[in-house]
Design a protein around this ligand. Structure first.
Ligand code: ADP
Length: 190
């Protein structure tokens, strides 16, 4: 089984790249943001709860997110591997993921970060907000808040994975296909 954590700031292109990688490596793509938005659209209890955080650009509480992620993995018993996109975003989530994968007799193979400059990313998100309908993409203050959440809670994961010898980074600026091939080079050499 190969399990990849795709890591990066909001707007870094995790979702875009995941679409290519899941085909290439036959992985189940689990995007916590997509699962939350699906629930929000359908007005589920989980969606209503998540919306109160997401629309402000805050992280959804760990217990809620981790339970959702575990349910999503368990819903795919035949999977050859998973591509985690948007999870983990806190140390507590990373620890929960490690423990959960271990309990399934598997592990996180590698965490791969897409790196890009903040100013480029904010501009990308504002552009995406014009068509995505995402409230959290439409207001610069909310976007800045997501970066603050990232810096405070998610950035420490880089050291967490470096200590495990599992952290890899690729340049997230360039043509989409070029970035896919950079990610592929990392995965092929794992
Ligand atoms: P982006 O990477 O552009 O911020 P996502 O679609 O990955 O977009 O996430 C959108 C929002 O969903 C986040 O700002 C956060 O509120 C919530 N969210 C997604 N994943 C998590 C997570 N692992 N933990 C807590 N909140 C999350």
């Amino acid at each position: 089984m190969i399990n990849i954590v795709l890591f990066g700031k909001p707007g870094a292109g995790k979702g875009t790249q995941a679409e290519f990688l899941k085909e290439k490596y036959n992985l189940v793509h689990l995007s916590t943001g997509d699962i939350f938005r699906f629930n929000m659209k359908n007005g589920t209890d989980l969606g209503n709860l998540a919306k109160s955080y997401i629309d402000k650009g805050d992280l959804v509480p760990d217990e809620v997110t981790t339970k959702m992620l575990i349910d999503a993995v368990n819903a795919n018993p035949g999977a050859k591997g998973f591509l985690f996109d948007g999870y983990p975003r806190t140390i507590s989530q990373a620890e929960a993921l490690d423990a959960f994968l271990e309990s399934k007799g598997t592990q996180n193979t590698a965490t791969i970060a897409l790196e890009a400059d903040d100013n480029i990313l904010v501009a990308r998100l504002l552009e995406r907000g014009k068509t995505s309908g995402r409230i959290d993409d439409q207001d610069e203050d909310k976007i800045r808040n997501r970066y603050q959440e990232y810096n405070e809670k998610t950035a420490p994961l880089m050291d967490y994975y470096k200590q495990q010898g599992k952290f890899h980074a690729v340049d997230g600026i360039g043509e989409i296909a070029e970035i896919t091939s950079r990610l592929g080079n990392v995965i092929d050499n794992l």
